[in-house]
Design a protein around this ligand. Structure first.
Ligand code: MN
Ligand code: MN
Length: 383
């Protein structure tokens, strides 16, 4: 019988080579999950595994007022990384993924051109992650995603039990954007008006430029909001301002939700964003601030928003966003290693509120004639 060729042996391709787990392979190989971590969208599994931190994508930019593109942010932030496996934080001298359990919980169930539905889906996704006890780290998306995301965290923890430290060039406290309540100029107003967060515990850091107008600023002052302009950071330094911001956010509440609009950075170092405003922070200043806040307080959640990859150059904006997440994870790991609690155990019944296909009582309604209704109805059908 004729012998079949063995090209593998002929070329030496049958030798023993080491192989690597998905986690240890380079980040450009395989699925683009955050840091090659497991893709674990099932909230029951998050709870069963006792996951400490879960990445959530909110690929949504139907709320932008100027340059679009932030819907591509979550994927770009996940991909902006070249180290894999058990990374070593040189800032905090720890190996965070050896200490805390982190997974990528996937994306909210977003479709284009349906603002209200998008917010509902982000609320549900973040709520089910937070109700599992894991700390959600949300990748936006435009800044309107903070309305449903922070609302979900506040609800799981108890309304008014969290303060917010909000890094941004802009206040995002408009009453409406051209008649739309859910635009990315409005989320902080919605969070305060609904009672999810008290105005006096809403602390803004980095504001500069030419917005908001005088009447909006008067509303903010009437709510007791605390504002730290870029000019104050220039005069007092960011460390001192962050210390003040922490004390103000925790003036009553027990935990802090951090919202980072990447445009708090100077557009010279973070051009990939929708409404750039010259005169901002450097990445090293912002990364240090994140480490200091996370080390000092109980963190209820974090979002990183307004990364618009089409306007980015050499991924620098996406990399800054990626490192904000890594600095927070490393600081949480340092706390856990020191014996401090980082997971949150919601009150009984909080997780049970969720039903198959979404949170009870929040089914999305579409006009009867809309072809989307049939799809939405299919999605709502119990499994
Ligand atoms: Mn913003
Ligand atoms: Mn902004």
């Amino acid at each position: 019988m004729e012998r079949l060729p063995d090209f593998g042996a002929q070329h030496g391709w049958d030798r023993d080579y080491p192989t690597y787990s998905d986690f240890d392979l380079p980040t450009y190989v395989g699925l683009p999950t955050f840091m090659n971590l497991p893709w674990l969208p099932d909230p029951a599994e998050l709870r069963r595994r006792g996951v400490d931190i879960a990445i959530v994508g909110a690929p949504f930019d139907d709320g932008v007022s100027h340059r679009p593109g932030a819907r591509f942010g979550p994927r770009a932030i996940r991909e902006a990384q070249y180290t894999s496996g058990s990374i070593h934080s040189l800032q905090l001298r720890n190996e965070p993924f050896e200490i805390v359990s982190v997974v990528d919980a996937g994306d909210a169930n977003i479709v284009p051109a349906w603002l209200e539905r998008g917010h509902a889906m982000i609320y549900r996704k973040v709520r089910e992650v937070a109700a599992s006890g894991a700390i959600p780290i949300v990748f936006g998306g435009d800044h309107s995603v903070t309305w449903p995301a922070a609302t979900a965290v506040a609800e799981v923890r108890h309304p008014a039990s969290i303060g917010i430290v909000h890094f941004d060039a802009h206040a995002d406290t408009a009453p409406e954007d051209w008649g739309v309540l859910g635009g990315h100029g409005t989320p902080m107003r919605r969070l305060i008006e609904s009672g999810a967060v008290a105005g006096r515990n809403f602390v803004q850091v980095g504001l500069r430029g030419y917005w908001p107008p005088v009447d909006v600023f008067a509303w903010m002052e009437a709510q007791g909001m605390r504002v730290h302009f870029m000019t104050e950071i220039e005069e007092r330094g960011l460390d001192a301002v962050v210390d003040t911001a922490i004390a103000e956010a925790l003036d009553g509440p027990e935990a802090i939700y951090i919202s980072v609009d990447i445009d708090v950075l100077d557009p010279g170092v973070a051009p990939g964003t929708g409404t750039p405003e010259p005169g901002g922070l450097l990445p090293r200043e912002l990364l240090r601030a994140i480490r200091r806040i996370v080390a000092a307080v109980e963190v209820a959640g974090l979002d990183i928003v307004e990364v618009s990859p089409p306007y980015d150059q050499a991924e620098v904006t996406a990399m800054a966003a990626n490192r904000i997440a890594l600095e927070a994870i490393s600081a949480l790991a340092a706390k856990k290693a020191a014996g401090r609690r980082i997971r949150f155990e919601p009150a009984p019944g909080v997780a049970g509120k969720r039903t198959e296909g979404g949170v009870a009582g929040l089914a999305v309604e579409a006009p009867a004639a809309a072809p989307r209704e049939a799809a939405a109805a299919r999605d709502r059908r119990p499994e």
